[in-house]
Design a protein around this ligand. Structure first.
Ligand code: NAD
Ligand code: UGA
Length: 466
C-alpha cells in the first residue's frame, strides 16, 4: 500500500492553485508543493497579503491563509518538488493549438510533454503521475511512453483524475464534489496507485462519490462532460432566438423544460454565449478526435455546439448595432462585465471579447467596467485576437474602475457578465447621465427589466420579444 506523504503539482493556475489548497487543508499530514515556471504567478501566490493571490475565487484566500507555510507551498523550483514527491499532479494548460496540424481544434500538448520529460529526467524514486489537466483520450499512452523511455529505470504509474470544478464556485465544488473520478490501469500496481489517490480524497469525500474507471474512460469522460454542459447552453440559446420571434419567453420555457426531472433545471440559462477556457477548447478537441478516427457525423454533431455559440455572440452585437439605428460609429457603448462569468477574474474566451471586437469593427467606442478585471487584461484579450493593432484597440476601448463613469454619456449599456453588484446600482442616476434613448442590452437576463423600463430605459433581453 502506498501512503502518500508528499505531493507536487505542476501548474499553479485556476485548477492547480485551488485544488491543491483544498488538498492541503483537508490533509494536514500531506505536504503539498505547487510549482510553476511563471515566477510572477508564484510570487503572487506567496504574497504576504493573501488578497493579492493571482486567482480570484470566493473563499480561496482564507484556505491559502490557513495552509500556506504549514503544508502548502508555492515554488518555482520544479525539479526539487518533483524529486521529493510520491505523487505528481500535472495541472498545466492544454489550450487549442494555434499552429500546424490540428490548428484551431486539437489540444496543444507541448506543456504536458515538457512536464513528462522533466519528471522522467529528475525522478530517482517510483512515482504516481496524475493527469489533472483536461486531455484527449489516450494521452496517458504518450505519457507512459515518454516516462518509460527517458527515465532512470524508476517505475511510474499514470492515473487520470480530471477536475470538474467550475470557476467562481471552485471552493464549494472542491469541498463537496458531485464525484471524484480516478482512472488507472487494471494491473495490480495500477490498482494500488488508484487506491493511493482514493485514500487522499477519502479524507473528505464520501467513498461512494469516488468513482474509479479505466484510464481511457476517465480521460474521455472529462471532455464529454464539458461537451454535454456546453450543449445545454447552446440548446437553450438556440431557442432564445426563436422566443424573440414568437413572443415566447426563454425564462418561462427554461423553467417549463427544467422541471422535467429527466432534464433538470441547471445550465438552462440563456446568455450572450458561453465563455471560459474549457468549453470551446474541449469541444473543438472532441471534434478533432472524432475526425481523426474518421467519424465525420460525430464531429459535425459536436461542432454545431460551437457554431451556435459563435452565432449567439454575433447576434447580440448585431442587436446593439441594429437598435442603434444601424450605426455605432463613434458611439459610446458601456460594457458591464468582461470576465466570462461572475466571481472570477478569468476572461479567457469571454463572450465580452468577441462582442467588443465586433463593435470595434463598426467603430464604436467601448467603455468597460468589471469589478475584478484590470485594464491591461482587457487590452491583452483584444490584442490576442489580432483583428487590429494594439494602438487601435487602445483608441477604441477605455477601461473604468467606476461603473457610473463607464456609463456616463453612453448610448447603450451591454451587460456581459452576471456580477451581482450590477443589480444594485442606482439605475436612475445611470439613466440621467446617458444619451437618450438610453438602451440596455442585458446579455445575462440579470437586471429587473420592469424597473428599468419604468425609469425610461429601452431594455432588450435574451430570449424575449419585449
Ligand atoms: P492555467 O493557465 O491557469 O494554469 C496552468 C499553469 O501551468 C500556468 O501558470 C503555467 O505557467 C503553468 N505551466 C505550464 N507549463 C509548465 C511547466 N512545464 N512547468 C511548470 N509550470 C507550467 O490553466 P488552468 O485553468 O489551471 O487549466 C489547467 C488544466 O486544467 C487545463 O487542461 C484545463 O482544461 C483543465 N481544467 C480547467 C478548469 C478551469 O476551471 N480553469 C477546470 C477543470 C479543468
Ligand atoms: C466548466 C464546467 O462547468 C466545469 O465542470 C469544468 O470543470 C470546467 O468547465 C472546465 O473544465 O474548465 P467553467 O467554465 O468554469 O466550468 O464555468 P461554467 O459555470 O460551466 O460556465 C461556462 C460558461 O457557460 C460561462 O460563460 C457561463 O456564463 C455560461 N453559462 C453557464 C450559461 O450561459 N448558461 C448557463 O446556464 C450556464
Amino acid at each position: 500500500m502506498t501512503n502518500i506523504k508528499k505531493i507536487c503539482c505542476i501548474g499553479a493556475g485556476y485548477v492547480g492553485g485551488p485544488t491543491m489548497s483544498v488538498i492541503a487543508k483537508k490533509c494536514p499530514d500531506i505536504q503539498v508543493t505547487v510549482v510553476d515556471l511563471n515566477e510572477a504567478r508564484i510570487a503572487a501566490w506567496n504574497d504576504e497579503d493573501v488578497n493579492n493571490i493571482p486567482i480570484y475565487e470566493p473563499g480561496l484566500s482564507d484556505v491559502v491563509a490557513e495552509a500556506r507555510g504549514r503544508n502548502l507551498f508555492f515554488s518555482t523550483d520544479v525539479e526539487k518538488a518533483i524529486d521529493e514527491a510520491d505523487m505528481v499532479f500535472i495541472s498545466v494548460n492544454t489550450p487549442t493549438k494555434t499552429y500546424g496540424a490540428g490548428k484551431g481544434q486539437a489540444a496543444d500538448l507541448k506543456w504536458i510533454e515538457l512536464c513528462a520529460r522533466q519528471i522522467a529526467q529528475v525522478a530517482k524514486s517510483d512515482k504516481i503521475i496524475v493527469e489533472k489537466s483536461t486531455l484527449p483520450v489516450r494521452t496517458a499512452e504518450a505519457l507512459k511512453d515518454i516516462l518509460h523511455n527517458t527515465g532512470n529505470g524508476v517505475k511510474f504509474q499514470i492515473l487520470s483524475n480530471p477536475e470538474f470544478l467550475a470557476e467562481g464556485t471552485a471552493m464549494e465544488d472542491l469541498d463537496a464534489p458531485d464525484r471524484v473520478l480516478i482512472g488507472g490501469d487494471s494491473t495490480l500496481e495500477g490498482q494500488e496507485a488508484v487506491q493511493a489517490l482514493v485514500d487522499v480524497y477519502a479524507n473528505w469525500v464520501p467513498r461512494e462519490r469516488i468513482l474509479t474507471t479505466n484510464v481511457w474512460s476517465s480521460e474521455l469522460s472529462k471532455l464529454t462532460a464539458n461537451a454535454f454542459l456546453a450543449q445545454r447552453v447552446s440548446s437553450i440559446n438556440s431557442l432564445s432566438e426563436l422566443c424573440e420571434r414568437t413572443e415566447a419567453d426563454i425564462t418561462e420555457v427554461a423553467r417549463a423544460i427544467g422541471t422535467d426531472s429527466r432534464i433538470g433545471p441547471k445550465f438552462l440559462k440563456a446568455s450572450v454565449g458561453f465563455g471560459g477556457s474549457c468549453f470551446q477548447k474541449d469541444i473543438l478537441n472532441l471534434v478533432y478526435i472524432a475526425r481523426s478516427y474518421g467519424l465525420q457525423e460525430v464531429a459535425d454533431y459536436w461542432e454545431q455546439v460551437i457554431i451556435m455559440n459563435d452565432h449567439q455572440k454575433r447576434r447580440f452585437a448585431n442587436k446593439i448595432i441594429q437598435t442603434s439605428y444601424n450605426t455605432v460609429n463613434g458611439k459610446k457603448i458601456a460594457f458591464l462585465g468582461w470576465a466570462f462569468k461572475k466571481d472570477t477574474n478569468d476572461t479567457r474566451e469571454s463572450a465580452a471579447i468577441y462582442v467588443a471586437d465586433h463593435l470595434l469593427n463598426e467603430q464604436a467606442q467601448v467603455a468597460v467596467y468589471d469589478p475584478k478585471v484590470e485594464a491591461n487584461q482587457v487590452y491583452g484579450d483584444l490584442n490576442y485576437l489580432r483583428t487590429r493593432d494594439a494602438e487601435e484597440n487602445k483608441a477604441g476601448v477605455s477601461v473604468f474602475d467606476d461603473p457610473y463613469e463607464a456609463c456616463k454619456g453612453a448610448h447603450a449599456i451591454a451587460v456581459l457578465t452576471e456580477w451581482d453588484e450590477f443589480k444594485d446600482y442606482d439605475w436612475q442616476r445611470i439613466y440621467d447621465s446617458m444619451l437618450k434613448p438610453a438602451n440596455v442590452f442585458d446579455g445575462r437576463n440579470l437586471l429587473d427589466s420592469k424597473k428599468l423600463r419604468a425609469i425610461g430605459f429601452n431594455v432588450k433581453t435574451i430570449g424575449s420579444s419585449l
